[in-house]
Design a protein around this ligand. Structure first.
Ligand code: 5GP
Ligand code: ZN
Length: 118
């Protein structure tokens, strides 16, 4: 846990959130500024800065996190697919340095993954 990390504060209940799921290792909650009809994030409870800070010791936790995504997405009504996004570092335009997997979707197909030329 990191004292001043906003996602650690959400995990500890110090900042309110719309919780989707919680178990001993992972926590999921809706994004405060959704970019699609459904937009939530799944994070490890353990503070990890980013995907760039992940090593083999994190593999069981990450396996568990990814194994849960489909079930969580279906639970939020995403029964016909969804997109996962993990922004990493400066080039990836990561804003919050606590590893998180965005899950976005809705009833219609999303826009293209990235605008061409960027
Ligand atoms: P990033 O750009 O780091 O991948 O995404 C960070 C995400 O966290 C953004 O989509 C932003 O809307 C979301 N976010 C930032 N602060 C809060 C907060 O206090 N609560 C919630 N629920 N989401 C937040
Ligand atoms: Zn954190």
């Amino acid at each position: 846990m990191s004292a001043d990390c906003i996602f650690c504060k959400i995990v500890r209940g110090e900042i309110p959130c719309k919780k989707v799921y919680e178990d001993e290792d992972i926590f999921a909650f809706h994004d405060i500024n959704p970019m699609a009809p459904v937009h939530f994030m799944v994070i490890p409870k353990q503070h990890v800065d980013s995907l760039d800070a992940v090593d083999a010791a994190h593999a069981p936790m990450l396996g568990k996190l990814f194994a849960k995504l489909g079930e969580l997405a279906r639970g939020q009504g995403l029964t016909d697919g969804f997109r996962t996004i993990v922004n990493t570092g400066r080039v990836g335009r990561q804003e919050v340095y606590h590893l998180h997997v965005h899950v976005v979707g809705g009833s219609e197909p999303l826009g293209s993954m990235l605008p061409r030329g960027n």
